[in-house]
Design a binder for this molecule. Structure first.
Ligand SMILES: NC(=O)c1ccc[n+]([C@@H]2O[C@H](COP(=O)([O-])OP(=O)(O)OC[C@H]3O[C@@H](n4cnc5c(N)ncnc54)[C@H](O)[C@@H]3O)[C@@H](O)[C@H]2O)c1
Length: 326
């Protein structure tokens, strides 16, 4: 199978591309390598992908219709789409809202149009986010829960992506699967996320900022489990009975809500150093707790996460030390 993976130089796109290549699929990677975080990390991921003969890469913006149409023309063999390119990050969406509408709304629409123009499209998989649940207090978060009260622009754009996808599944019978990822961590992870921020600050002897006085819980999900969910979903497109649109939405989480301070404790343990805590109030747009009900993806795609944080955090820290030469 030949798969167009957007955000291929990003954290999840890189690991997903590696898994597809390892099983013999061809990957056409797209990424604009933007400087939201250090592009050197994106280049380092890309260098590994480029060592595979089945990988080809285009530096392009998914919001650029002409550029994306040219890539589609150059690769008529594509039958699968995994749209992971996005402006990520809840907190940054308060500062740069237009980056979110460009990549997550306009860019997502450009990708749906590519799939619509491809008569051989077998499945269109895309990243949504657990943030669409807003301030939902019913736990665990289930795909049937209300998601029309976002509390960050990031969440609103991710929900927009889900709604547009549903519409394309209805109008053009394109199978679409939206994946609501829950706090992903692991080797090659994002420098703006907790695991990386904590490890970096602790090693530099700087205090770590703990929001809401540490009274937070997250469903931390290890990257290899996320990739199993993404690839499993790609392999199980929604069936079309001619009535219901072939549109699916799934949670992908570890289905364990962990105390933030337990996660911090594991990072400290792996680094062999105690952190200095700087407590701060809850951030605007942030939620206190996340916890995924994964029964839908378990049922449809056989998804089963296998990595507790006690195994995943040491793997992340081992990579972090090696990458930074610590
Ligand atoms: N990591 C998580 O915990 C998490 C949680 C929920 C949802 N997500 C979603 O999963 C997807 C992947 O996230 P990630 O953690 O790998 O983030 P990431 O930032 O590492 O990867 C995204 C990649 O997309 C690229 N990109 C951004 N805008 C683009 C554009 N307009 N055109 C082309 N490339 C563009 C970036 O350069 C980056 O390499 C995103 O859609 C994100 O919103 C991630």
């Amino acid at each position: 199978m030949s798969v167009l993976v957007t955000g291929a130089a990003g954290f999840i796109g890189f690991h997903t591309s590696l898994r597809l290549l390892a099983r013999g699929d061809k990957v056409v990677g797209v990424d604009n390598l933007n400087p939201y975080y250090d592009p050197a990390l994106k280049q380092a991921r890309l260098a590994q992908l480029q060592a595979h003969p089945g990988f080809s890469f285009h530096q392009a913006d998914i919001g650029d219709r002409a550029a994306m149409a040219a890539i589609a023309d150059a690769h008529p063999e594509i039958t699968g789409y995994i749209n992971l390119a996005a402006q990520a990050g809840v907190r940054h969406s308060l500062k740069a809202p237009h980056d979110y509408s460009h990549s997550n709304v306009e860019g997502h629409l450009v990708m749906l149009e590519l799939a619509r123009a491809n008569a051989n499209c077998r499945n269109f998989v895309y990243a949504s986010s657990s943030s669409v649940y807003g301030a939902n207090t019913k736990l665990p978060f289930a795909v049937e829960d209300r998601v029309d009260q976002p509390i960050s622009l990031y969440a609103a754009t991710k929900r927009a992506g889900e709604l547009m996808s549903h519409c394309y599944s209805h109008l053009y019978r394109i199978p679409t699967s939206g994946l609501r990822f829950f706090t992903v961590y692991g080797p090659w992870g994002r420098p703006d996320m907790a695991a990386y921020l904590f490890a970096k600050a602790i090693l530099e002897g700087k205090p770590i900022t703990i929001f809401n006085n540490g009274d937070m819980r997250r469903d931390f999900t290890y990257i290899d489990d996320i990739v199993s969910g993404v690839v499993g979903t790609l392999d199980h497109p929604a069936a079309d009975d001619g009535v219901t649109p072939p549109a699916k939405i799934y949670n992908i989480g570890n289905t364990r809500s962990e105390k933030l301070m337990d996660f911090v404790g594991l990072v400290e343990q792996c680094l062999g150093r105690k952190a200095e805590y700087q407590f701060a109030p809850m951030q605007a747009g942030d939620v206190k707790e996340t916890y995924a009900d994964i029964s839908a993806i378990q049922r449809d795609c056989g998804f089963a996460p296998t990595t507790p944080i006690s195994e995943g955090v040491p793997k992340f820290i081992a990579w972090f030390k090696q990458y930074h030469g610590v």
